[in-house]
Design a protein around this ligand. Sequence first.
Ligand SMILES: Cc1cc2nc3c(=O)[nH]c(=O)nc-3n(C[C@H](O)[C@H](O)[C@H](O)COP(=O)(O)OP(=O)(O)OC[C@H]3O[C@@H](n4cnc5c(N)ncnc54)[C@H](O)[C@@H]3O)c2cc1C
Length: 258
Amino acid sequence: MSSRIQQASLVARRRLALQTDEFVFALSAPSGSPAAGPAGSVVGAVAAPPDLRFRPGQFISVRVGTDADQNPILRSYSIASPPERWGELALVLRLLSDGIGSRYFDALRIGESITFTGPMGFFVNELAHSGDVVYIATGTGIAPLLPMIEETLRRSETGRVILFWGLRSEADVFYQDELSALSTRTPRFTHQIYLSQPQSFCRLRGRVTGPVLELLPGLREPTFYLCGNGQMIEELKAGLVARGVSRKRQIRTEAFFD
Ligand SMILES: Cc1cc2nc3c(=O)[nH]c(=O)nc-3n(C[C@H](O)[C@H](O)[C@H](O)COP(=O)(O)OP(=O)(O)OC[C@H]3O[C@@H](n4cnc5c(N)ncnc54)[C@H](O)[C@@H]3O)c2cc1C
């Protein structure tokens, strides 16, 4: 974990879905410091962005304002880009109309900088999976899971890799191209999107908890990664543990909010 205060400037922003935007940042070099390129290579006299070493699944803590006593107001955001995108950092945010962090990001203009610490957190892939791997997200909980899934799929493991993603309606869906490309490229990966309040006929309707528990008997030595709203995490964790899954060895969680 890094507690060093860092800066990154906004280079791109794109709408992914309803109230959901991707923000891409270029890491800034600390003023006056020499900079190194990938794998320690020298980048000449021009200051280059520093490397931010992180594992897929980790998050950063962003300063989104100051309170009345001038203490920083902080919000956590998972890193949505893979570590291989050197010098760059993507975040995927659900922009809440009256959230402090949401308003801060919504007002950010291209070229403006954020101040953050990190990477931090222990919600990362196990170093190896002996069996199947099941990722479960709600909403923007997909942000850390996509780079984690990509990391797992690059390994020479043979287990199935399954993503269950719960969203409210069609307007909330994004990353369709990315997920389809992964499924096509890597047959051991499959994904299913569940909509709790679909606007039209939808085959996969409802919440993710039931389908994951139904799949359990057919899984081989599974590891579960749960990310998103706290209620889904608590319910699913309780259901898995009640069916004999080891909380300590087989379940990893990251709750974005209660
Ligand atoms: C480790 C970690 C990683 C996180 N990563 C992300 C991320 O990648 N993307 C992201 O969008 N958020 C992420 N969050 C949530 C994020 O830190 C903020 O809580 C969220 O963006 C709301 O902050 P705010 O200041 O806008 O609203 P606030 O004023 O703090 O929150 C208003 C209320 O909205 C609810 N809420 C919070 N987040 C959400 C949400 N995503 N969807 C619906 N309701 C919500 C909560 O009940 C909260 O009380 C993460 C949280 C943690 C702890």
